[in-house]
Design a protein around this ligand. Structure first.
Ligand code: FE2
Length: 512
C-alpha cells in the first residue's frame, strides 16, 4: 500500500471505532472538539477531561526555526504535556522587558493506534488509549536583523520565572559580511550519544543547525510500511532532550524515511506538520521542502523519500513538483550575485559507500545532474550512520583527490558530498567488508564499494574512487562561513568532529 492508502485504511477503521465511543461519551456529557491538524483530523477528538489549572504543566521541548528571511523571521515552538488555556510567547531585546503576549497556535496531534484488531501498525502494548500531543507555535516577523531577543513561554496558570528565559538571535542583513557557522547531522534519536552531539552543538554555538532526517526514531520501522513499530511519545523524549540546544539554536529539519508515519495525513507527514514550522515555501502544502538564505549562502531542504527506491513508500509522491521546483530554485540562487555558496541538505545519500542503506540511484539520476549544472558547492545528508566525505564529484566521477585540509574549488572541481549520519541513534558499517569497521582517517588512493538500489529493486555494487574520508562513529559537521571582504574571496571551512569534539576531517571550499 502507498502511504496515502495506508492512511485511508487507518482512518476508515478509526472512524468506525470513534462513532461508537463518541456516542457513549456524548451521552455521558463528554465534549467533542475538532483537532487543528493532522492525524485523523476529520473525526472529532474526544476530550472528556477538563483543562487543568495549568500551574504544574511546564512547557518543554522548545525549538526554534528561521523563516525564509532569517534576519526578520523566527518561529518559536514548544510543547505542553496537556491541553492548556491561552498559551503565549513574550519577547523583547532585554531580559524581563517583554512586550505583549503573543498567542500561540495550538496543533493538537492525536495518535490513536489502539483500534486495530490485528497489528497493522504495531505499537508497544501500553498503547491502549489515544495519545494527544499539544504542539505550540508562534511565528514572528518584522524583527530587527542581527539582534538578540530574550523570550519566555507560558500559559494561564503558569507564569515563567527567570530560569525559563531563553534567547534567539536574528541573522544579519543578507548582504552583511559577518562570519558565521552552522552545524549538521542526521539520525539523532534519543540517548546519551544524542546528548553528546547536542552538547557539542551548544559548545560550538552555531547560528543554526541542520537536522537531516530520521529525527526521533519514534517510528522504529523502515518508514512508511504497514509493519512499522511506532511510539508517539518518543517524540516527547526527543523534544525534551533537544531543548538544551534547540531552544536557542534554530533547528532546520529535513525529512527522513522514519518520518514517513502512515497513520497521519499529508502522505504520512501530518505529524511533522504538527511538530515543526519550516519555511515550506516550495509550493502550497509542501512539507519540509523549502529554500532560504543566510547571508551569502543559499540553502535548500529536499525530501529524499520522493526519489528513494530504498524505502519507497513515498516514491514520486510529489509527481515531479519537487524536481521542477529544485531546478528553478537552483537557477535562482546561482543567478544571484550576492549568493556565493549553495548548500543542499536532505536525508538520503546521493553517494555513499556505507552498506546499510547504500546510495540512491534516484538522487544520482534526478538530482546530481542539477547539482552539476548549477554548481552546488556542498550536499549534506544522513541516512547511513557514518561520516563519509567524497572528493569533488561531477557527472558521477571524482575530479581530484581532496585530502584532509585541502581546498576545493567547486566551480572547477564539482560538488562535495558529505554523509553525516552519526547524530546519535546507532552506527552503521561499510559495504566493502575488507574495510575495517574501525577505520579512521584519510583514505589514500583506495577504492571502495558503493551499493546502489536500482529501480527494479535489485542492488548493484560499483567500485568507486571518490570516497576520501570515512569515520565510523558519532559526531557532526560544522561549517564556518567567511563572506568575501577586502578582496579575499568567500570561503567555507567544513570540519567533521567526533561527539567529543576531536577533528576527523577538514576541507575548505573556495569558488574562483
Ligand atoms: Fe534513514
Amino acid at each position: 500500500m502507498t502511504l496515502q492508502e495506508q492512511y485511508e485504511d487507518a482512518r476508515r477503521r478509526y472512524s468506525r471505532r470513534r462513532v461508537f465511543l463518541g456516542g457513549a461519551a456524548l451521552a455521558a456529557g463528554g465534549l467533542l472538539v475538532p483537532t487543528t491538524s493532522s492525524a485523523f483530523a476529520a473525526p472529532a477528538v474526544l476530550l472528556t477531561a477538563p483543562k487543568t489549572a495549568g500551574s504544574a504543566l511546564r512547557p518543554f521541548g522548545r525549538h526554534l526555526a528561521f523563516g525564509a528571511v532569517p534576519s526578520r523571521e523566527v518561529v518559536v515552538s514548544w510543547q505542553v504535556p496537556a491541553n492548556v488555556t491561552a498559551p503565549y510567547l513574550r519577547f523583547g531585546t532585554a531580559p524581563g522587558e517583554y512586550g505583549e503576549a503573543w498567542p500561540a497556535e495550538v496543533r493538537a496531534l492525536t495518535s490513536d493506534l489502539a483500534w486495530q484488531s490485528e497489528p497493522l501498525f504495531t505499537v508497544d502494548p501500553h498503547v491502549g488509549q489515544a495519545v494527544t500531543q499539544h504542539y505550540l507555535h508562534v511565528r514572528i516577523g518584522n524583527l530587527l536583523p542581527n539582534t538578540t531577543y530574550y523570550y519566555v513561554v507560558g500559559h494561564q496558570g503558569y507564569e515563567p520565572s527567570a530560569g525559563d528565559v531563553a534567547t534567539f538571535r536574528t541573522a544579519p542583513a543578507p548582504n552583511a559580511t559577518t562570519p558565521f557557522s552552522f552545524t549538521a547531522f542526521g539520525d539523532q534519536g534519543v540517548g546519551y550519544n544524542a546528548l553528546a552531539t547536542n552538547s557539542l552543538i551548544a559548545d560550538l554555538g552555531p547560528q543554526f543547525h541542520l537536522a537531516m532526517g530520521d529525527l526521533s526514531y519514534a517510528n522504529d520501522g523502515e518508514g512508511g510500511r504497514p509493519d512499522d513499530r511506532y511510539d508517539a511519545r518518543k517524540w516527547d523524549s526527543f523534544f525534551a532532550q533537544n531543548d538544551l540546544v534547540a531552544a536557542e539554536v534554530p533547528w532546520m529539519v529535513a525529512l527522513g524515511n522514519h518520518e514517513m508515519e502512515s497513520w497521519y495525513d499529508h502522505h504520512g507527514y501530518g505529524g511533522m506538520r504538527a511538530r515543526f514550522t519550516m519555511p515550506d515555501n516550495a509550493w502550497d502544502g509542501s512539507t519540509c521542502i523549502y529554500s532560504w538564505r543566510y547571508q551569502n549562502v543559499g540553502l535548500i531542504s529536499l525530501d529524499g523519500n520522493d526519489v528513494c527506491y530504498n524505502s519507497d513508500a513515498n516514491l514520486d509522491y510529489t509527481e515531479g513538483r519537487q524536481q521542477t521546483w529544485l531546478k528553478a530554485q537552483l537557477q535562482k540562487f546561482r543567478a544571484d550575485p550576492s549568493i556565493d555558496f549553495i548548500v543542499v541538505y536532505c536525508h538520503q545519500c546521493t553517494y555513499s559507500t556505507s552498506g546499510n542503506n547504500g546510495a540512491e540511484i534516484g538522487a544520482q539520476k534526478r538530482w546530481a545532474p542539477l547539482f552539476d549544472q548549477y554548481q552546488v558547492d556542498l550536499v549534506l545528508n544522513g541516512h547511513n550512520h557514518v561520516y563519509e566525505r567524497t572528493d569533488p564529484i561531477r557527472a558521477g566521477k571524482g575530479t581530484k583527490k581532496a585530502a584532509i585540509k585541502s581546498t576545493v574549488n567547486p566551480v572547477k572541481d564539482g560538488t562535495t558530498y558529505i554523509t553525516a549520519g552519526g547524530g546519535g541513534e546507532s552506527i552503521n558499517s561499510w559495504a566493502d567488508s575488507k574495510i575495517a569497521d574501525s577505520y579512521y582517517g584519510n583514505v589514500k588512493d583506495a577504492t571502495a564499494t558503493m551499493r546502489v538500489d536500482q529501480e527494479d529493486g535489485e542492488s548493484k555494487s560499483v567500485k568507486v574512487t571518490w570516497s576520501r574520508v570515512r569515520y565510523r562513529g558519532y559526531g557532526l559537521v560544522v561549517v564556518d562561513v567567511t563572506p568575501a571582504a577586502n578582496g579575499t574571496p568567500a570561503r567555507m571551512r567544513v570540519r567533521a568532529l567526533t561527539e567529543t569534539g576531536a577533528l576527523v576531517d577538514e576541507l575548505t571550499l573556495r569558488r574562483s
